[in-house]
Design a protein around this ligand. Sequence first.
Ligand SMILES: *Cc1c(COP(=O)(O)O)cnc(C)c1O
Length: 405
Amino acid sequence: MSVANGRALLATPGPTNIPDRVLQAMMRPAEDLNTRTIVSLTDSILSDLAGIFRTSGRTFLYAANGHGGWEAAVSNVLSRGDKVLVLASGRFALGWGEMAGFMGAEVEMLEGSWRASVDPAAVEERLRRDTRHEIKAVLMVQIDTASGVVNDVKAVRAAIDAAGHPALYMIDGVASLGCMPFEMDGWGVDVAMSASQKGMMTSPGLAFVAANEKAWQAHRTATMRTLYWDWTARSGPQHYMRHCGTPPEHLMFGLRAALDMILEEGLEAVWQRHRLLAGATHAAVAKWAEGQVLSCNIPEPAQRACSVTPILVQGHEPEAIADYTRSACGVTLGSGIGELAGKAFRIAHMGHTNVPMVLGSLSAVEMALQALEVPHGEGGVAAAIAHLAQHTPVPERRQDHAGAH
Ligand SMILES: *Cc1c(COP(=O)(O)O)cnc(C)c1O
């Protein structure tokens, strides 16, 4: 027997939990692809995505996962033979670079660490040496889901400017959009992309790209363009071509509900919620780390992502912990990937998550540590609760909840 039955808890960093409201919004008949409902659905999604990216630029929606979003971003602004500089800080920027390479770009990687953010000074130094401006684009992720690092998008923009370099600045926000501040216009990001299944709380299958005027200028002469991803083709008056075919109606209904939820909660409140839940997770790991086996992959607290926490495990099998939480508790953790494969597990606190969900994940881990006799400091979950109790504003008591009858 186990104590796993009950509502299963998905604590993987993508896909994430889909709210019931989003699931229910998708539960409807298909309809003609040009009804007023579908056309205005497209309009409202594109417009609200611009609000989430914080841009007055153009937004595009694709029936694709994050990898498709990468291809969409690159193909619209680059030409074969263009050089791109990939800022490594884990796995995902490299994946984006590999894709650009496949498409005909010349890819240079700026070496980074799996345990720290991209160093803006190193970016500035590299760009200063590119006196002939051969580098056409700089690619970076805001949160690397494999290492659990958050990169400083604003600081890297400042580094590019300090070097006086004209390259396009392109950001992957798949694991950060709807989780933490992102200011596309305010921070001078030229192209940003993301996807539906992480902070955006929707089924996998939608990718989003946002482009500013500088990106649009690059688009005019780009030769990597292909029809499916093409911004010009998608910007015409014909609704059918805005999706290059049949719109992914059900995913769009789901996304509409997710956007409504984010707007109702307030984007800043959503960011704050993620910060609190991440802080609780870090507080728990800090206690567990006293046993000298577990530790946060990112030592510097300010560089830790608010959406996912990879936890290193020394001398014990991280998969044994994850197997235990899944089989005994009904909690699915993420496994370590890339350089952390076999060395870490990951707890996601991303998207549709609240206190019982995150404390539930942390409790299942703590239970696994006890049951499997993995040395750890006691009181990780208590420390998480203390963090939340200290930092969560006390809500006003509501009449309908105040009575004890
Ligand atoms: C998940 C993820 C991707 C890839 O998204 P897919 O939908 O799996 O293709 C890209 N970048 C980051 C930062 C991610 O977390």
